[in-house]
Write a protein that binds this ligand. Structure first.
Ligand code: F6P
Length: 546
């Protein structure tokens, strides 16, 4: 702490200086040689977390590096900030809100969260789901619902969309889920083109209930439904999930169809709350509760495990290690599980909206970088695309390989082949292949010596590229809950160590304001106080409308 009570800059700490030197030393030690010199390495740096098995042995680390990273976390106040989070202190200091996500997850196991507002939210959710499934709640023409359209964006979309995709193996859906997020009119048009008007329920999911995209898509759905059903009262078809129930009611949602979520629940963390309504309507409340329980298992693990063995926190510290001491700015998420295809997109918001910050919690400009570019796609598709850059590009990019050990849809040995690719990629990223070995192979195959030497230089792979492998037995709701919670703690561990607030997103809020301002400019073809480039774009739009 400094004399004025603020936390001292992290990069002035002793641990930071130590890590600077350790990174230089570690750069001279290959990952392969770390394995060769320690037969216990894989066991030493792996473990079970909730419903997951995590192997983090293919990283540039040893016990001393981990201890020093833990000392850095201590200098950043990670343990005390985590305790404050659990106790419900306002750790989101710029919005004066708590971020007590374990409370939300506890419901899944105990059906009591310890917070009356949370209990009421889940009880209301349970009631709405039961009424829809039992047919007590029906559409305007008296038919039971068959389809549900979640209209929301950002955290009000990514989470339920990912879960519905991931759980689609978990029994047949009770209501068929659809998702409308983007304001591009083609999105809602496509959905309205395939859903049955009489039996579709729309969920308007918006924490603020002021988001332009969501309001516009909901208005379009209301207009379409009135026209298609030929009646004015279509209120039976609309529910809302929001922290602003009054605004939802003003929008025309019937009060007893509004699911209120406490204000402190942040958008990108809201899949644990009433914003999971589309999931519960589609795959049932028990599946949603099993998801919560899987997350809660990670809460308990994190609370009970010493920092030096606490895998979700260590993964966050490894992010700090690579970002600040190795200069890596990108991180690939590679799910070798088709039903997790949306995971990279989900984690993009979780990590980049949270850790994309340049000032610390006290508003002081940071003297180091935070946050990574998060990207990726499902395996093996990525192998036939960007893995070339992972293997031979000039920059190392740490990767997460995520896989289920058994498939819900086995066909011959296809799933085995999927895992062979998954494990093979992390192996080759680490071990690489030397030009000498390739040259010897080419010579053995009869290539002329000069050709072999030249081609070997192109084929050589440096290797030494770090990765984590996360396995689950099956993509069950509980395993999914553990996976999302693990990533949340990883993000929070890095953010608290950096002393940034991972729970606000002022840059995004400014973007929302600007687009509102430019709406008028687009209508008029001009706007005050804009640069000549923007003015030119506005004018071109106005011309195209004539
Ligand atoms: O994208 C910014 C953001 O504020 C996210 O954090 C949030 O998930 C999203 O907008 C949607 O906001 P709302 O749920 O209020 O419509």
């Amino acid at each position: 702490m400094t004399q004025d009570g603020n936390q001292a800059p992290l990069n002035h700490s002793q641990a930071w200086q130590g890590l600077d030197q350790l990174a230089k030393d570690a750069a001279a030690i290959s990952l392969s040689s770390r394995f060769a010199s320690d037969p216990e390495r894989a066991q030493r740096f792996s473990g079970e977390v909730g419903n997951l098995f995590v192997d983090y042995s293919k990283h540039h680390l040893d016990s001393h590096i981990l201890d020093t990273l833990c000392a850095l976390a201590e200098a950043g106040g990670l343990a005390s900030k985590l305790a404050a989070l659990r106790q419900g202190a306002p750790v989101n200091n710029t919005e004066d809100r708590k971020a007590c996500y374990p409370t939300l997850r506890r419901w899944g196991k105990e059906h009591a969260s310890g917070d009356p507002a949370i209990d009421t939210m889940y009880q209301t959710m349970q009631r709405l789901v039961t009424e829809v499934h039992s047919g007590t709640r029906r559409g305007a023409t008296g038919k039971a619902f068959t389809d549900v359209v979640n209209i929301g964006i950002g955290g009000s979309d990514f989470g339920p969309r990912l879960l519905c995709d991931a759980l689609s193996n978990h029994g047949s859906s009770k209501l068929k889920p659809h998702f409308a997020a983007n304001i591009d009119p083609s999105v809602i048009t496509d959905i309205l083109g395939v859903i049955p008007a009489e039996t579709t329920l729309f969920l308007v999911a918006s924490k603020s209930f002021g988001t332009q995209e969501t309001r516009a898509n909901a208005e379009a759905a209301m207009h379409w439904l009135r026209e298609t059903l030929g009646q004015e009262d279509i209120s039976a078809h609309f529910m809302a999930v929001t922290s602003k129930p009054e605004a939802a009611a003003r929008f025309g949602i019937t009060p007893d169809q509004i699911l209120a979520v406490p204000e402190w629940v942040g958008g990108r963390f809201s899949v644990w709350s009433g914003f999971g309504l589309a999931v519960a309507l589609s795959y049932g409340m028990p599946a949603f509760e099993a998801f919560l329980e899987g997350g809660y298992a990670v809460d308990q693990y994190v609370a009970e495990t010493p920092m030096a063995e606490n895998i979700p926190l260590l993964l966050g510290l490894l992010d700090v290690w690579y970002r600040n001491f190795w200069g890596y700015t990108s991180h690939a998420i590679l799910p070798y599980e088709h039903r997790l295809g949306l995971l990279p997109t989900y984690l993009q918001q979780l990590f980049m909206e949270s850790a994309g910050k340049s000032v610390d919690q006290d508003g002081n400009r940071l003297g180091f970088g935070t946050g990574n570019v998060i990207w990726g796609t499902e395996g093996t598709n990525g192998q036939h695309s960007f893995h070339q850059l992972l293997h031979q590009g000039g920059d190392a990019i740490p990767c997460d390989f995520i896989a289920a050990l058994t498939s819900y849809n086995p066909i011959g040995d296809q799933h085995q082949a999927l895992l062979a690719n998954c494990f093979g990629q992390s192996l080759v990223l680490m071990s690489g292949q030397s030009s000498a070995e390739i040259e010897a192979d080419l010579l053995a195959q009869g290539s002329p010596a000069d050709e072999a030497a030249s081609l070997a230089r192109h084929k050589a792979m440096l290797g030494n590229r770090p990765s984590t492998t996360i396995l689950m037995d099956k993509l069950s709701p509980a395993a999914l809950g553990s996976l999302i919670a693990l990533y949340e703690y990883r993000l929070i561990a890095a953010s608290f160590t950096w002393n940034i607030n991972p729970f606000d997103q002022w840059g995004v809020e400014r973007g929302k304001q600007i687009s509102q301002l430019l709406m008028a400019g687009l209508a008029n073809g001009e706007a005050d106080n804009v640069d000549s480039s923007t003015a030119q774009l506005l004018a071109r739009y106005a011309k195209a409308q004539k």
